[in-house]
Write a protein that binds this ligand. Structure first.
Ligand code: R5P
Length: 291
């Protein structure tokens, strides 16, 4: 097995290679003045199981094209099997038709990757596992929630209340609860499909005087966390933390959350950034060793 260090996840790829001991394949990349991408594998993957580590967060389309190009390059180089490790899988949230006339974005992504020659995909906390049904080859969805919860345990927050901002994420809060050994619960959230606006409501929550960690798969604009923080403070929570796997954190998301009283934002290196305090490398390395 050889680890191809995709440009969007170079550091994560290096950590995975160091942990597993598999050789690294550096990738030269550049963006032409007109915006097109160029990549070149800097060492050979002939007859190898090539593992490409490349997240597809912002700039999604560029990172996705680079992934496709690396798959094509590995195929042309004679790799016997190609696995894509794509911690944040772009377009996974458009996995069905919500409004008439829409497309199913993840279906197109899956078709492109298959055509390029990808044999297998490993991702992390995909928004809905149903999106993986669009892939015509084996896929695996890992969960980083226990690893993130461990981060909080190490900081001394064992027994913190694990909260999901909506019912769909309750399974995430429950996974965190397994590690934190405290309580778990969820708020309710509805989204207007036309405006994208969300509305949250709190059922009676027993968070008075407690430390609460809001766990979600993605933090995008931070609106969900800001709404949750408001409700939690109203219900008497003493400290509120925000934790997610994919910290997209667009625009002033971080400032909005801190202004809303969030103590700390914790994300993984699925999306590299200042808040990527938890590395996915051990989790992914374990999954690769088991292949
Ligand atoms: C959606 O249901 C996801 O799980 C997240 O809750 C959502 O993407 C967060 O978005 P935002 O940070 O913009 O509220």
């Amino acid at each position: 097995m050889k680890i191809i260090l995709g440009p969007s996840s170079k550091e994560l790829g290096e950590k995975i290679a160091d942990l597993t001991g598999f050789p690294k394949v550096p990738v030269a990349s550049k963006i032409f003045p007109d915006g097109e991408s160029y990549i070149r594998l800097e060492s050979n993957v002939q007859n190898e199981h090539a593992v490409i580590v490349q997240t597809t967060s912002k700039p999604q389309d560029t990172n996705l094209m680079q992934l496709i190009f690396m798959v094509n390059a590995a195929k042309r180089n004679g790799a016997r099997k190609i696995t894509g490790v794509v911690p944040y899988l772009a377009y996974a949230r458009q996995d069905k038709i919500f409004l008439e006339g829409e497309n199913v974005s993840i279906e197109s992504v899956a078709a492109l990757l298959e055509k390029a020659g990808l044999d297998e995909l490993i991702t992390v906390n995909i928004h809905a596992e149903t999106a993986l049904e669009k892939f015509p080859f084996p896929t695996r969805n890992l969960t980083a929630i226990p690893t993130i919860a461990e981060y909080f345990v190490k900081k001394g927050y064992r027994n913190a209340f694990a909260l999901a901002p909506d019912k769909g994420a309750l399974y995430i809060a429950r996974q965190a609860q397994q590690v934190l050994c405290g309580e778990a619960g969820s708020l309710d959230k509805t989204r207007d499909r036309f405006t994208g606006q969300t509305k949250q409501t709190g059922k009676p929550l027993n968070v008075k005087g407690k430390v609460v960690i809001v766990f979600d798969d993605i933090i995008n604009t931070g609106g969900t966390i800001v709404g949750a923080a408001k409700i939690l403070k109203e219900h008497g929570a003493t400290e509120v933390y925000a934790a997610c796997v994919h910290g997209l954190l667009v625009g002033d998301a971080e400032k909005r959350m801190l202004d809303a009283g969030i103590e700390e934002i914790v994300a993984t290196d699925s999306v590299p950034g200042l808040n990527s305090k938890v590395s996915l490398a051990p989790l992914i390395s374990e999954a690769l060793r088991a292949l």
